[in-house]
Design a protein around this ligand. Structure first.
Ligand code: COA
Length: 216
């Protein structure tokens, strides 16, 4: 059994704690900068200290922060911590399936029911919520986030730092650009350039990103 500390204590962090426990990690607790959380527990696990205290702990680490309003925050924390790649765990729920030829990078989390069919590449520090389906030859860049139930056709690409909202469908061979977000339930038929917010069926440009999402 390997010890794990989770950075963040919000919803995704607690979901990851459950997945890691199911996958036989010993989860020591969370680190979080919210002073209101000091001395408390979340999901029965202690808040061990502020985020930077994880550097000195003897455990593997996974960074589990970020929501649709600040989905750049995971990368900012990883950059700030400056930990060697060997400190980062890859957490895969036992009910996720990783098909032949597929790889998942350090710091990434796959929640229950996720399926990678064949020859899928998932980068580092990627957050994959439950029931996501990634099909043959998909590429998911570092720091991407995939909401529950996202489905990618074959050979689709989520570039680094992008966000696919819950239930989004992405057509085969389509690319979602770096740091772009496609809204929940969107049907993405065409390439999305970097740094944009698209939504709807068919998905269309709503506005530019790279404002609060990457600076707050
Ligand atoms: C796309 C998104 C970021 C837009 O948020 P926002 O900038 O606050 O935009 P608003 O809610 O003000 O909506 C702006 C317009 O886009 C439309 N819109 C927003 N999200 C939409 C979506 N997912 N699909 C279709 N239309 C959408 C709204 O109806 C509104 O249209 P109107 O101007 O004609 O009334 C957000 O709705 C979204 O989908 N976030 C992802 C949520 C998610 O996946 N959560 C899972 C967490 S695990």
């Amino acid at each position: 059994m390997t010890d794990l500390v989770i950075v963040g204590a919000g919803g995704f962090a607690r979901e990851t704690a459950a997945a890691a426990t199911a996958a036989a990690w010993r989860v020591l607790g969370f680190v979080d900068d919210d002073p209101a959380l000091r001395g408390t527990t979340r999901s029965g696990l202690p808040i061990l200290g502020p985020v930077d205290s994880v550097v000195a702990l003897d455990a593997e680490v996974v960074v589990c922060v970020g929501n649709p309003r600040n989905y750049g925050s995971r990368q900012r924390i990883v950059d700030r911590l400056g930990l060697p790649v060997t400190r980062y765990a890859t957490v895969v729920h036992p009910a996720a399936e990783i098909g032949a030829g597929s790889v998942v990078g350090p710091g990434s989390v796959l929640l229950a029911g996720t399926v990678l069919t064949a020859d899928v590449v998932v980068g580092s520090h990627v957050a994959v919520m439950p029931q996501v389906v990634l099909t043959h030859d998909d590429r998911v860049g570092d720091y991407a986030t995939l909401g529950a139930g996202v489905r990618l056709g074959g050979g689709a690409i989520l570039e680094p730092g992008s966000y696919a909202g819950a239930g989004a469908l992405i057509r085969e061979g389509v690319t979602v650009g770096a740091r772009s977000l496609v809204g929940m339930g969107s049907v993405v038929l065409h390439d999305v350039p970097p740094d944009q917010i698209w939504a709807g069926n068919p998905a269309r440009l709503l506005r530019n990103a790279f404002t609060e999402e990457f600076t707050s």
